[in-house]
Design a binder for this molecule. Structure first.
Ligand code: ATP
Length: 433
């Protein structure tokens, strides 16, 4: 983990938020390569959850929602974690379910009794700060889908079974943020609420568990032996859930939740219908049956996928008797998919190199590296950020109208005519999913 953290800082993936003022615990900024990786994750999720399917539509609801929403959904009372504070020297606060026994894991001092702590950030709308103006930053995007359920039904052609997908910021005042961006206080959730006929929830629950696992292995290229499904025992499930499966990854600190797939029953639609007094039922146009659909929800944050991908891809090996750090990132997610590298800064090489770069930009995430200097060192820079292909323009190019494509993982180099570079790369980037 330390090595990955150091790499992300060194190469501009992630910085602590407001670092020049000492940072803010549980908040991170994403630098140039980090943004590219995040966007790739988000886009692939949207592509596979919405665009490549005919039965899921998108939604963007607000990040601030009134307290009525959170009262109805149960978050005001149930979105709590048990908190214990050290009464000894360090006074640190801990999540009670993350510590064993009654001693502080930091200083060994005694811990106080557990009390419940609500994880939602509260603020006020308008100039008066009283209870009537209280609102909350959403801790999940899901409630937007339930509150807008009727709007989507009435304004689009969806028919059960169908889904509503949303990506957007969520905020949780975590007691103990940590493990880098595994647990942060501001993050980007990607959630899909899939509405089904009441009796078909088991079937769809199983479908989505498998579908989501397949996405991690086949589309993101995560090693299957580091993934597993963990079915939550019925006791201790979230207040809205009939069954929950976590897709877990083997992190350096042990198995941990990457994504949760939950059978939310009709809990949310039911409580919002009760509290808002608006009919949220669905009329089946074929059978004329009226019912509240049940909901299967896959939910994951971009940040958690981000750290999983980096940990999964990180490797150290030896190439030409020199050690190298390499990220074996899938070409689908690599922040830079193709680096175009003229062997020297001389204009007779940079001219054709820029032509090649222009022909690739737009279709691939391309970086142009004209720094000159040792080519091996430039390859290693690209290896470290996970660039799967480097296209090198050398003096031979001026004679044979060809370039070298160098592969990150095998370090193999192949001579390819310039006219074929685009097609060859398209094949290699897309052949991986
Ligand atoms: P925990 O019990 O670990 O606090 P949870 O089970 O309440 O978490 P969910 O509500 O199931 O978490 O969250 C859904 C998904 O959102 C998680 O699988 C994870 O990908 C992501 N997630 C949740 N909390 C955080 C966080 N603090 N930072 C980053 N990602 C998070």
């Amino acid at each position: 983990m330390e090595k990955v953290v150091a790499l992300t800082k060194r190469r501009g993936f992630i910085y602590p938020s407001s670092e020049i003022y000492g940072g803010l615990s549980g908040f991170y900024d994403f630098g140039p390569y980090g943004v590219a990786l995040k966007r790739a994750i988000r886009d692939l999720w949207w592509r596979h959850m919405v665009e490549l399917r005919g039965d899921v539509v998108g939604l963007e609801s607000t990040q601030i929602m009134p307290s009525e929403v959170w009262a109805a959904s149960g978050h005001l009372t149930n979105f709590v974690d048990p908190l214990r504070q050290c009464l000894g020297e360090c006074k640190k606060r801990w999540r009670a379910d993350h510590v064993k026994g009654d001693k502080c894991p930091e200083c060994g001092g005694p811990l106080d009794e557990a009390r419940m702590f609500n994880l939602m950030f509260k603020t006020h709308v308008g100039p008066v700060e009283d209870s009537s103006s209280e609102v909350y930053l959403r801790p999940e995007t899901a409630q937007g889908m339930f509150v807008d359920f009727k709007n989507v039904l009435n304004s689009s052609r969806v028919r059960v079974p169908f889904g509503i997908a949303q990506q957007g910021k969520a905020f949780r005042n975590e007691i103990t943020p940590g493990n880098f961006v595994f647990r942060v206080r501001e993050f980007e959730l990607m959630e899909m609420e899939f509405f089904v006929k009441p009796d078909s929830d088991d079937e769809w629950f199983d479908y989505w568990r498998k579908e989501r696992m397949r996405w991690y292995t086949d589309v993101l290229g995560i090693k299957p032996d580091r993934l597993r499904m963990y079915d939550h025992p019925k006791v201790g499930l979230s207040h809205y859930s009939k069954q929950t499966t976590d897709i877990e990854y083997e992190f350096p600190f042990g198995w941990g939740e990457l994504e949760g797939v939950a059978d939310r029953t009709d809990f949310d639609l039911r409580v919002h219908q009760e509290k808002s007094k608006v009919d949220l039922s669905y009329l089946d146009p074929e059978t004329n049956e009226r019912y509240l659909p049940w909901v299967i929800e896959p939910a994951v944050s971009v940040e958690r996928i981000f750290i999983t991908l980096l940990l999964d891809a990180y490797d150290e090996d030896v190439v030409n008797n020199e050690p190298r750090v390499v990220l074996h990132l899938h070409p689908n997610v690599a922040p830079v998919q193709v680096a175009v590298v003229p062997l020297s800064k001389k204009p007779e090489l940079t001219g054709p190199a820029q032509e090649v770069m222009k022909s690739l930009r737009g279709e691939f995430r391309v970086e142009y590296d004209q720094t000159g200097g040792n080519i091996g060192r430039r390859y290693r820079r690209q290896d470290e950020i996970g660039t799967p292909f480097c296209v090198t323009i050398d003096f031979e190019t001026l004679n044979d109208e060809a370039v070298t494509i160098r592969q990150r993982d095998s370090t193999l180099q192949e001579r390819v005519p310039i006219a074929e570079v685009h097609a060859q790369l398209a094949l290699r980037v897309s052949e991986h999913g």
